[in-house]
Design a protein around this ligand. Sequence first.
Ligand code: CTP
Length: 405
Amino acid sequence: MENPIKNKNILLGVTGSIAAYKVVELASQLTKAGANVDVILTPSAEKLVPPLTFRSVTGKKVFTDTDLWDTTSHIAHINLALPADIMLVAPATASTIAKLAHGQTDNLLTLTALAIRCPLVVAPAMDAGMYSNVFTQENLEILTQHGISILGPEEGHLASGLTGKGRMLEPRILFGSLRFLLSRENPLAGKKVVVTAGGTQEPIDPVRMITNNSSGKQGYAIAQAALDAGADVTLISAPTALTPPQGVKMISIKTAQEMHSAIKDEVKQAHAVIMTAAVADFRPAKSSKEKIKKDGKLQDIKLEATVDILKELGEFKRSQKPELILIGFAAESENLLQNAEKKLAQKNLDLIVANDISRKDAGFAVDSNTVTILFNDGKKQDLPLQSKELIAQKIIDILIDFMQS
Ligand code: CTP
């Protein structure tokens, strides 16, 4: 599935907070992702960021109150409102929030917000005192009660120089939230998918550990693709440098044992599990509470086996939940297909994604991948070299087919 922003009509209402300049970046990101972005500026937003700035990133006419009254436009607010798939007001000032909460319409933005038939989303931005003011809080409560999503604000540096709660969420987060909200009716709606990612860390002492080269990139891309397809996604992740996708239920773990206990809880409600994580097969039999000193007598590190989580899930599928779809990954540096086939059978999987980690352009830590997918009915499908995002989309397309068959 493509990203759910593509070809969507997004109304971006911008009001008079200095965070308006950041929304230019959001308009740009949405346009690059294939959305049709119509920007509406209130008179005060126009003073902070001129229409031409937004026009330069969306490539489209930007709407202001002039469009309400000039002789060439006809019912501008209705023409903007009807085709919209979602409307985001960002930044939303206390004044616009008050107007939205009470159905007041004194400019093109508030008129359009009253006329839309699509979801409305509001990203407040204001001084911390104005945000915590009882009237603002009551107005936000009214919006929430009517099903309007409020995104943020967050704590941080404010225009006044003070620090407090009132800062608009970053454009990247707003983009992710729109992406999430626009995906909820896609084919995996109502399905729960558990994805694991990253390389587990097995401690030797408080500062040392055994881990591996997994970056988590493929797993995070799969979690995003599953969200884009409409699923409720739990991401059980070992430490990575990545930002979790918006809308995911994130469970952060370190060790194989922690991943094992997290997955045991999550799998009960799950329709599918995708084990992308590079789980340690061995861990130090004892982990020292204190840092091991170099003048100590450490000769060697005794290892013990960890649980094969996916194998255990395969047994659970066989004995209790045959409808559970299990997808594994096989990281191989030799005999790729034979080894992957063995794992597919031994772990009772529906399919396994065979990853040749001896290549420089595929597998661990790089941005691209090429894989062969082996199905339990003997079929095979090669996915040529492409980004991990595209590989993830194709794996999720296969999952959609499985769920629909
Ligand atoms: N896996 C798991 N628990 C483990 C080890 C692996 O759930 N303790 C999962 C991985 O997440 C992956 C699949 O099993 O989806 C295959 O992992 P891989 O490391 O390729 O193979 P192993 O089963 O560990 O076997 P080997 O190391 O001998 O290749």
